[in-house]
Design a protein around this ligand. Structure first.
Ligand SMILES: [Zn+2]
Length: 429
């Protein structure tokens, strides 16, 4: 007797008509006609996917839009940072907690069950970091929260920043962050990468830096991050986030850089919505897209994820906590609209970020955690196309969120009031 079975599922790898059985929180078996189980869900041929993963987010700032009248009117990164610098010192633990938990509820309802959040450690009191470390433990039964020590105003914004990085690693943070392009000079930027990577190597932590988030073709901090990755033997554990300057680099240098990153095992995380909004604010026409070169990085064998970065905060005024939005926007903005590209866009919000975050037991396979999402879609490309509703969200073999699919009621003369055809059936989509 299994604890739970999802029947008649289509899997992201193309298998159809299979049942997924869970026992003791793990996937026990995937095959046709399994059973019985205490709880049974009929996927009716729809897509069942591993959970969505957001590998770049700011949970300490989310839902802070409007706090003390904070709205980013210029749409620039600089105004976002200035507004955050104004409100952050006044935020209380209760305020951090309230916003983060409200956001996490929304995430769970959308099948987003793992988040890597950068947490600003500029203020030496570390109120946000302590609060998020508590929340990480509290939400662990239903969401994997991975925390990044992030000196938002720069590693050199105060002399004892290294101590704060070590302190938050002691609190359970797993990743060392940074923002080298924001340091006072390029030399400071490179020195910050060296110092922060050395702390990560000493403590066995991963690295994920905000890197070259500008439109300057000569912003090349990523070069130093690749070098330090190789020098310290951190390959596979280091990520460059944003990397928007790659969009504006000359093709010769960008081609060399793509190969260097892939060879060194440095991952790339793009934030397509936030950076389409923030970048190229000083362009007239043509306006650059300001996204790293995802198709080229993927072709070279680098791991590429798409992430949200922000939802309703001083940097970005929109966002629906939906990772399918990120895949959909990136597909357009990066010209990943052939079948292979669209499929890669789905992987970039599921498998790829799970690999970057080193999530344990992720995926649909016997022995993995019984974490999965039933989508009202026929396959991964269809899920992107529709930004499909998530009917069931399952964690450790238990349904933790459900969204019923409403049948549309029509008010068209001569038509039935309620549409009889099941518009959510894969064959109708
Ligand atoms: Zn960010």
């Amino acid at each position: 007797m299994f604890d739970l079975i999802v029947r008649n599922a289509t899997l992201p790898d193309g298998r159809t008509g299979v049942d997924i059985a869970a026992k003791d929180g793990r996937i026990a078996e995937i095959a046709p006609a399994l059973g019985p189980a205490a709880t049974e869900i009929d996927a009716a041929g729809r897509l069942v996917s591993p959970p969505f993963v957001d590998s770049h987010f700011h949970l300490d700032a989310t839902l802070a839009l409007g706090t003390e009248g904070v709205f980013n009117e210029s749409g620039t990164l600089a105004e976002g940072i200035a507004l955050w610098g104004r409100i952050a010192p006044k935020l209380t633990a209760e305020n951090y907690r309230d916003r983060a938990l409200r956001y996490i509820d929304l995430a769970v309802s959308k099948g987003l069950l793992a988040i890597r959040s950068h947490v600003d450690i500029t203020d030496p009191r570390l109120i946000g970091a302590e609060t998020l470390a508590d929340i990480k433990r509290e939400v662990a039964p239903y969401l994997d929260l991975q925390l990044v020590a992030f000196p938002q105003m720069g590693f050199f914004s105060r002399p004892d920043m290294a101590d704060s990085v070590r302190r938050v690693l002691d609190m359970g943070f797993e990743v060392v962050g940074g923002i080298p392009h924001l340091e006072p000079t390029a030399e400071h930027g490179r020195a910050s990468i060296t110092a922060l990577c050395e702390i990560a190597a000493e403590r066995g932590a991963m690295v994920d830096m905000h890197c070259d988030e500008n439109d300057d073709p000569n912003s090349r901090m990523i070069e130093t991050l690749v070098w330090e990755t190789k020098r310290l033997g951190l390959g596979g554990r280091v990520t460059g986030s944003h990397l928007t300057s790659m969009h504006s680099m000359d093709n010769f240098y960008a081609g060399r850089l793509v190969k260097m990153m892939a060879d060194a095992g440095v991952h790339a995380i793009l934030n397509p919505a936030a950076n389409l909004h923030l970048q190229a604010r000083f362009d007239t026409y043509p306006k650059r897209r300001g996204l790293a070169r995802a198709p080229e990085l993927m072709a070279a064998g680098a791991t590429v994820a798409f992430a949200q970065d922000s939802v309703l905060d001083p940097w970005y005024p929109l966002g629906a906590c939906d990772m399918l939005d990120m895949g959909w926007i990136a597909a357009h903005a990066c010209h990943l609209t052939d079948r292979k590209g669209l499929r890669a866009c789905f992987d970039a919000v599921t498998e790829a970020p799970a690999k970057i975050m080193e999530l344990d037991g992720y995926g649909l396979a016997p022995g993995a955690w019984a974490d999965m999402v039933v989508l009202a879609a026929a396959d991964p490309i269809d899920a992107l196309r529709l930004r499909a509703p998530r009917t069931h969200v399952i964690r450790r073999g238990r349904v933790i969120a459900e969204t019923p699919l409403p049948a549309p009621r029509l008010s068209i003369k001569g038509r039935p009031e309620t549409l009889e055809r099941d518009i959510w059936a894969p064959s109708s989509l």
